[in-house]
Design a binder for this molecule. Structure first.
Ligand code: ADP
Length: 260
């Protein structure tokens, strides 16, 4: 019996085990870090509108005989901050719902052409207000097994962004196509574009290219995270192509039939 050999073998096993253990610890730590970061981000984002509301309310309170016009102005600002808080909470709820597993999908055979048209119709007032023209081009009728609510959220967020980050008199082009396996939705805009180094981060929760600008146009930084989650739950993929000052194109690819 070669005890030396046995001993060496056990030694290798132990070091392999401890290596695997360390790897797992590392992964757990990364998970925990990103969870902590998420909670910190959420708290911060939720607190920002509250802080503004408090400042607005307090500054009215300390003014004696403030004229009615001033009250109106402050109330309008307060209302805006409340709306913002509401938007963040709604986006967070959408995200949390989708953070669960794909088993939460409510998949049904859906007419995607109708779905896209419905979404664009709903967004038309926002586009008109921004003086952006939205055009829909469908290359074929598409029926697919999707969770209508979640896919709607994804498309809505992409088109809303294409309108929001556009220029006066700009355009948004939405195209729908399919092959035997997938359907494809492309949302192209003539907007401000996304810098190369930011493109890999835009799908992260709370990430915004230009914080102050995005805040001005009412972003929560959650729209693309929601869109990507919805698409990935359907085993699809979303990609971005962009050139600063020229425009941005998002492409979405989703399987026609949903396989568990
Ligand atoms: P937000 O609520 O800020 O719009 P999103 O998650 O939807 O958050 O998008 C993240 C960031 O990516 C935005 O703040 C914006 O800077 C950038 N972005 C998204 N879509 C576009 C687009 N079509 N054109 C230019 N920038 C975009």
């Amino acid at each position: 019996y070669d005890t030396n050999y046995l001993h060496e073998n056990a030694y290798t096993e132990t070091s392999l085990l401890s290596e695997a253990f360390n790897k797992m610890l590392g992964r757990l730590k990364t998970l925990d870090d990103s969870r902590q970061e998420f909670v910190a981000n959420v708290s911060h984002e939720l607190k920002t509108p509250i802080t503004s509301m408090k400042v607005l309310a307090d500054s009215l309170l300390v003014q004696e005989d403030a004229p009615v016009e001033l009250y109106r102005e402050f109330m309008a600002d307060l209302s805006e901050e409340i709306e913002r808080e509401d938007k963040i909470i709604n986006d967070l709820l959408s995200l949390v719902k989708m953070d669960k597993t794909a088993s939460t999908l409510d998949v049904k055979q859906t007419n995607i052409n109708d779905l896209v048209e419905k979404i664009l119709k709903r967004l038309q007032p926002i586009a008109a207000a921004a003086n952006v023209e939205v055009v829909f081009e469908s290359f074929r009728p598409v029926n697919a097994e999707v969770d209508e609510v979640k896919i709607s959220l994804a498309i809505t967020n992409l088109v809303e962004n294409a309108v929001k980050y556009n220029v006066d008199g700009g355009w948004v082009h939405v195209a729908l196509n399919a092959d035997h396996k997938y359907f494809y939705i492309e949302v192209a805009d003539s907007g401000i574009g996304i810098p190369q180094e930011a493109q890999e981060h835009i799908f992260e929760r709370f990430y915004r290219v230009d914080k102050s600008h995005s805040r001005e146009i009412g972003g929560t930084g959650l729209g693309l995270a929601i869109a990507r989650n919805a698409v990935v739950l359907h085993r699809g993929a979303v990609k971005v192509y962009s050139q600063v000052g020229e425009g941005t194109t998002f492409t979405v690819r989703i399987p026609l039939s949903y396989v568990v």
